[in-house]
Design a protein around this ligand. Structure first.
Ligand code: IMP
Length: 195
C-alpha cells in the first residue's frame, strides 16, 4: 500500500514518514507526485481543513492520501490561534513571525496553559475515509527554548516531557505529541481493517 502525505510542511512530512514507515510500502510527499499548488484552507474547523487538504490531493493519485490540520489553542486567548495557527500573525506569516507574535500577545500573562490538537484524515484507495484526532497539553514559554522541530515547537513546553518540543528528541516528541497520538490511533484503525 502506498501513501501520499498532503502537506508542504517538511516538519510534518518527516514526522509522518517516521511514524508510518512500517504501515505503508512507500510514503510520498505532494511534491513527489507533482502537486505543487497551495491548498486553500478555508474551513472553519480543523476537521474541515483536514478533509479539504486530503480531498484536494486525492484527485491526483490512486494511492491513500493522509492530511493533517493542526491548531495550537492557548487558554488565555480563548483557544486562539486554533484553526488559524499557520496564519496567526498574517496571511503568509513565517513560523518565526507567528511565534514572536504569540509571545508578545501573552507577555506577562500568568495562565500559559495551551494544547495542540491535530485532526488526521486518511482517504483510502476505495474512497473510504478515516478521521482521527490527537491532543497534547503544555504551556507557552516566555521565550524560545531549544532548536529542534518546527512551527511552535520552541515555545511549547510539553507537560508530558517536562521540556519544550524543540528540546525533545524526535522519538520523545512522536511519543507524546498531538500528531504522534493521532497517528498511533490511525495505525490501530488500519490494523483492524488489515492494512
Ligand atoms: P497546519 O496544520 O499546517 O495548518 O499548521 C498550523 C500551524 O501549526 C503551522 O504554523 C504549523 O507549523 C504549526 N504546527 C503544526 N504542527 C506542529 C507541531 O507539531 N509543532 C509545532 N508547530 C506545529
Amino acid at each position: 500500500m502506498n501513501l501520499v502525505i498532503a502537506t508542504s510542511n517538511e516538519g510534518k512530512l518527516n514526522e509522518f514518514k517516521r511514524i508510518l514507515s512500517k504501515s505503508f510500502d512507500n510514503i510520498f510527499s505532494m511534491k513527489d507526485i507533482g502537486v505543487n499548488e497551495d491548498i486553500v484552507e478555508n474551513g472553519e474547523t480543523l476537521e474541515e481543513n483536514s478533509l479539504i487538504k486530503a480531498q484536494f490531493v486525492k484527485r491526483f493519485t490512486p494511492f491513500c492520501v493522509l492530511a493533517d490540520d493542526t491548531g495550537l489553542c492557548v487558554n488565555a486567548l480563548h483557544g486562539k490561534p486554533g484553526v488559524r495557527s499557520a496564519r496567526f500573525f498574517a496571511e503568509n506569516a513565517t513560523h518565526a513571525q507567528n511565534r514572536t507574535y504569540l509571545l508578545k500577545l501573552i507577555e506577562g500573562v500568568t495562565d500559559r496553559s495551551a494544547y495542540f490538537s491535530a485532526v488526521l484524515t486518511l482517504i483510502l484507495p476505495d474512497g473510504n475515509i478515516i478521521v482521527v484526532k490527537g491532543e497534547t497539553k503544555g504551556k507557552i514559554t516566555s521565550s524560545e527554548i531549544g532548536d529542534s522541530g518546527f512551527g511552535y515547537d520552541s515555545v511549547f513546553f510539553s507537560d508530558e516531557l517536562g521540556k519544550t518540543f524543540a528540546q525533545a528528541t524526535k522519538e520523545e516528541k512522536d511519543r507524546v505529541s498531538h500528531r504522534g497520538k493521532a497517528t498511533q490511533e490511525l495505525i490501530k484503525r488500519l490494523e483492524k481493517i488489515g492494512i
